[in-house]
Write a protein that binds this ligand. Structure first.
Ligand SMILES: Nc1nc2c(ncn2[C@@H]2O[C@H](COP(=O)(O)OP(=O)(O)OP(=O)(O)O)[C@@H](O)[C@H]2O)c(=O)[nH]1
Length: 763
């Protein structure tokens, strides 16, 4: 009772939630809901919706990111992507639920206690059918419509029905009755009602005394209700059927918020003498019911949830206020107090439903939002760690590659320089060796020619055949000798040089390229052979033998011998260079007369003139010279000495003439051939040795170039690998930065949800 008085005084003083003004006995209530406790729910809903929009964007960004770092990039697996992707639909589902989230209040009570009238009063309009007897046939849910249009829909149907038909459909007396458990949605323009505007949904029910299916009701219509209002009849008292219903509710719902309205309190105006006692009796029973029987609140809290009202008067007042036509009689005494209590109920109800709905609906959303952000953050954390680890590994690989690359380049430069020097030295050495060996072989050319033993005939045709065969013999003999002396030696040196080259290159090559270089280290199957061409046919094409018989002691031979000795003396005074004349010439070669023009006491021309003169003088018979010379000799040595000398001379001549056989001719031929071929071969010593050294240079340079190509391929591979590594580092850097940003955004979202909890859930 004290609470009732205090509440009434408070209301009268105008410090209630709605501004109240008295005007000619009519109560006016400010319809503005700016200060309404329902705004807590409205603001909370808006806030959590906004946060979930951000979570939605965040999860989509995370999915895009995960796709980008999966697949070829290999930072995230397909499973990681799928895990994050699953949150997109989850967030969408929560957003859908959030859109539909509202504050639901369900009205229960016996038939004709005035449930529909209470709802109509709260909505400031006569929306639901009411009347004496059993009126409400099914569950009627009044909710806000986003349009100006008022309409209704039956359960499971999208068809919009005229709202006027609610009085038929929901009326128990209507012919087309619905099942009592079925639900009819009544959509009423939000702008016409503050409660609906603030997402409050009011559910009217048939009387709890008209059905045995209370469990079905509860399962279908009560589990998501934030507040229950028991509309009792103040003219009687709480009935067992009503109590039973709420006992069932409290077994299925933990700590339901229950308000008890003792309606029809206007009846007390006709019996004012028992007003306080009846009120006190009702109040005590209700407090006892809530606190002791149902145990849903303390007795003190229960006192705050029990009201004595007249819904009929409240509705009438509000209809008048809105200047709606009403056919109601004059209001009974005390109607203002009852109206204030009705308003007080609304205020308490709003506070309760707002807080309850925020807690029951948004707490779980907030929790799920944090879980989602946390899970996505964990997935991103893994990506961040993975990308950071991979990046560190790539940076290390980049460092190693750069070091390898510069080491290979440095070593290649050094090896190239050293190999160039080595090849140069080898080329010089081979040139010298070939030159020396060929010269030595030329010196023993006479032995080689003497070894040739084909039958010799001086006839022209046979002689030509003999010459050609001799050319081939010399070619083959010289060739095999050179080959024997040079190839093995130079080949060995070549092998050693090539082996060294390959080994040094092998060491700077990466492992997978070494096999190719290793093939060069294996000694050659075919030994290196020096290639040269001694074409005696061409070389000695101008060889012209002279097989004419010449007496050794003839005047001409003597003069020539004398001339040759002098020439030799002259030649010895002016020794030839090594390349011109080898140090030890074969005797046959040395016998060959060589003119030495412009040296000595007599020039070659002078000697020629003298010999011609002498010959001319001695060989022309009957000339004055011959006579003179004969006379001079006879006079000086006597005719006997002349005769003996002539005899010996003639004998010598005869001997030589007789021994001028084919064999002797062959010897002369070979001597002439050796002299000529030796001279010609000496001319090609430099060329041949240069060719051989060039061949060696080619061989070594080609192999070195091949090895360099291997190194080049390796460095190219390393370069491209380095480029790939750099690109991977760039990608991983971007991935870890993005993962970090997204991870931080999850922290921000969790923080936002914490702020939401602080603002709306922790009071
Ligand atoms: N005197 C008086 N009559 C009321 C009050 N509230 C409702 N009534 C009347 O009681 C009758 C039943 O009201 P309803 O609102 O239809 O009652 P209900 O609980 O919805 O009834 P059902 O829909 O049948 O369950 C109507 O004639 C109302 O005018 C009230 O506070 N005082």
């Amino acid at each position: 009772m004290a609470a009732y008085v205090n509440r009434t005084i408070s209301m009268m003083a105008g410090d209630g939630p709605h501004n109240v003004a008295m005007n000619n006995g009519t109560v006016r209530v400010n319809m503005s809901n700016v200060d309404s406790p329902l705004q807590i729910f409205v603001r909370a809903k808006k806030k959590i919706n906004d946060i979930f929009v951000e979570i939605d964007d965040y999860v989509k960004d995370a999915v895009t990111f995960m796709h980008a770092v999966s697949g070829e990039n290999g930072i995230a697996t397909a499973q990681d992507v799928a895990n994050v992707e699953a949150y997109v639909s989850k967030v969408q589902a929560i957003r859908e639920v959030l859109k539909r989230d509202h504050m639901k209040v369900a009205f229960f009570g016996r038939t004709s206690n005035g449930k529909s009238t209470v709802i109509n009063a709260m909505l400031h309009d006569k929306i639901l059918p009411s009347g004496i007897g059993h009126t409400t046939n099914c569950f009627l849910q009044v909710e806000g419509s986003d349009t100006d249009e008022a309409f209704m829909r039956t359960e499971g149907s999208e068809e919009k029905l005229n709202v006027q038909s609610v009085s038929q459909l929901g009326h128990a007396l209507c012919a087309s009755r619905l099942q009592e458990c079925s639900l009819v949605h009544v959509h009423w323009p939000r702008e016409l009602c503050a409660l609906l505007r603030d997402d409050v949904v009011l559910v009217d029910s048939p009387g709890v005394d008209v059905t045995p299916n209370l469990d079905q009701w509860i399962d279908k219509h009560c589990l998501d209700a934030d507040v229950f209002v028991l509309v009792a009849n103040a003219e009687s008292t709480l009935m067992v059927t009503e109590k039973n219903f709420f006992h069932k509710v409290s077994t299925k719902i933990s700590q339901p918020n229950i308000f008890i309205l003792n309606n029809r309190w206007d009846a007390s105006a006709s019996e004012p003498e028992y007003l306080d006692q009846v009120r006190s009796q009702h109040a005590n029973r209700c407090v006892d019911f809530l606190s002791r029987e149902l145990r849903v609140c303390s007795p003190k809290e229960a006192e705050e949830r029990i009201f004595f009202i007249s819904a009929k008067e409240a509705l009438l007042t509000r209809m008048r206020e809105r200047e709606k036509p009403v056919s109601s009689p004059l209001l009974a005494d005390g109607h203002q107090v009852r109206y204030f209590e009705f308003v007080d109920f609304e205020r308490k109800f709003e506070e309760c439903i707002s807080q309850s709905a925020v807690r029951t609906k948004f707490a779980q959303h907030s929790r799920r939002g944090k879980n989602i952000a946390g899970d996505v953050m964990a997935a991103l954390e893994l990506v961040y760690n993975s990308s950071s680890e991979q990046k560190a590994a790539k940076v290390e690989k980049q460092r190693v590659l750069q070091e390898q690359l510069s080491a290979v380049e440095e070593q290649l430069t050094a090896i190239t320089r050293q190999m160039k020097d080595k090849i140069g030295r080898m080329v010089e050495s081979v040139e010298h060796k070939v030159s020396l060996t060929l010269s030595q072989e030329i010196r023993r050319l006479s032995a080689l020619v003497d070894e040739y033993e084909a039958p010799f005939r001086s006839e022209r045709g046979a002689l030509e055949l003999y010459k050609r065969a001799l050319h081939r013999h010399v070619e083959a003999g010289l060739g095999s000798r050179l080959k024997k002396r040079l190839s093995a030696d130079i080949g060995h040196e070549m092998d050693e040089a090539q082996k060294e080259m390959a080994e040094r290159m092998y060491n700077i090559l990466p492992m997978h390229k070494r096999a190719a270089a290793a093939s060069y280290i294996v000694p050659h199957q075919q030994p290196f052979e020096v290639l040269y061409r001694l074409n005696c046919d061409n070389l000695c094409a101008d060889f012209q033998e002279d097989l004419t018989f010449r007496f050794s002691y003839g005047i001409t031979a003597l003069i020539q011998r004398f001339q040759g000795r002098n020439t030799n003396k002259i030649a010895l005074k002016n020794p030839p260079t090594v390349t011109q004349i080898p140090p030890s010439m074969p005797p046959a070669a040395q016998e060959s007369p060589r003119p030495a023009p412009g040296v000595g006491p007599l020039s070659a021309e002078e000697w020629s003139m003298v010999s011609k003169f002498a010959l001319g003088a001695l060989t022309s018979q009957g000339t004055m010279g011959g006579l003179l010379l004969s006379g001079l000799l006879l006079k000086t040595v006597g005719w006997r000495v002349v005769a003996v000398t002539g005899l010996v001379y003639g004998a010598l001549y005869a001997y030589e003439r007789l021994t001028w056989t084919t064999r002797a001719q062959e010897r002369v031929f070979k001597r002439q051939y050796v002299a000529h071929a030796g001279r010609k071969l000496r001319l090609i010593v430099d060329l041949t040795s240069a060719n051989c050294s060039h061949q060696v240079q080619q061989e070594l340079s080609t192999m070195f170039a091949r090895l360099c190509r291997l190194v080049d391929e390796a460095t190219t591979e390393m370069d491209s690998e380095l480029t790939e590594v750099k690109e991977a580092i760039k990608m991983l850097d971007g991935a870890s930065t993005s993962a970090k940003k997204l991870r931080n955004k999850a922290n921000y979202l969790c923080h936002e949800l914490e702020l939401f909890d602080d603002a709306f859930l922790k009071h």
